[in-house]
Design a protein around this ligand. Sequence first.
Ligand SMILES: *Cc1c(COP(=O)(O)O)cnc(C)c1O
Length: 439
Amino acid sequence: MSIDSGLLADMRKGRPILWINHDCNSADKELPDSGFLFEDILDAEDILRSYAPVLERFYPELKKSGGIIESPLIPVLDAGRIFKGAAFSNLNLFIKADHLLPVSGSIKARGGIFSVLKHVDVIAAKHGFFTDDRGFVFAEEALDVFSKYTVSVGSTGNLGLSIGIAGRAFGFNVSVHMSSDAKGWKKDMLKSLGADVIEYESDYSEACSQARMSAEQDPFAVFIDDENSSDLFLGYSTAALRLKSQLEETGIEVTEENPLFVYLPCGVGGAPGGITFGLKHLFGDAVHCFFAEPVTAPAMTLGLVSNRYSGISVHEIGLSGKTCADGLAVGRASEFVSRIMARILNGSYTVAEQDFYRYLAILYDAEGLRIEPSAAAGFAGIPMLFESSSGKEYITSRGISQENITHIIWTTGGSMEPEDVFTANYKKGKVLLKQQHLF
Ligand SMILES: *Cc1c(COP(=O)(O)O)cnc(C)c1O
């Protein structure tokens, strides 16, 4: 394996690393070869908009936004309450709060719901009742047809919730194949929605292949493939369009001298990859995207540093894949997403188990936001870039002044978490902070 041996040695030992992608090329050069077009993002946005009146009827919480599923961009006025040290007090910092996304409470909402909508379109066309206004979904005929179909998906939790919530609203049967890491409350919530939950002792890739196989045998089965779905990828990518408008509203102008640094928690790579793809289209090389992964499950980083993409699993370098960040508990990256990221992702870093809890607690104390462990991964990126030698070198070698950077930390899930689950995580974080004499 032609991996930087120091980096790999640290990864094997489960030490947090920062990896700078030296194959990251200019967005203009690489995006045309990605296999997707900017128009694909716009088409996904159009489909989401055409379903807005339908979604508003299904989910009253979408009344305020006219049926659009979007999260707020929250300015952090005093970054010094999150990051200790003089270097951090004047950061231009925002939180892109996908943990508050309506309907399913995680970054999986846009992609998951979009992929269900795409199947609704296809099935409606096949049965001859498709209309552009999507009003057909309320007709008895449509409900009869949808109830014959089963939508199945492999999930560590949040994707299942998204697909379960959307699929059940349209009247589909839903089967969610879950790995052993999936949290109990996510399984319970799915069961209460009337979804079938199939549990596996094995890891996530295994749950996905079982779901894929059981769907292949059934003509009324629809499989949403987390590891290979362009619908998921494009649904996620629409977040970039919305973020651009939100930044415009704040008056922030993004240029190569005033760049955007975005920190995205990564599992198989679909959600952060789709968002990166969209952001690179909109901001070109003025946006720098970094993925965050658990030290125990750095699937994307490993796939990229080894140039083996989905062909290598974290188990192969002796890592467990087990983590409290259930949404990121993935041993193997998506093949097509990792191939695109090889050319446009700026870098990635890994996060120690304790840091998920620490940042979760810090964020609640500083901003009153309740996130799940996976969603805390983004925070570790800022100290990584500012304090490590490769991080400092990344910034200075590009002639970027630290004070000109706008940082966006993507918080990817948590608002649906039961109170007691949040409280237990928060307490763990507080204990860890006390032990470290931090805060
Ligand atoms: C799924 C998930 C991610 C990462 O998305 P992938 O498409 O698996 O890379 C990040 N955060 C949370 C909370 C998630 O559920």
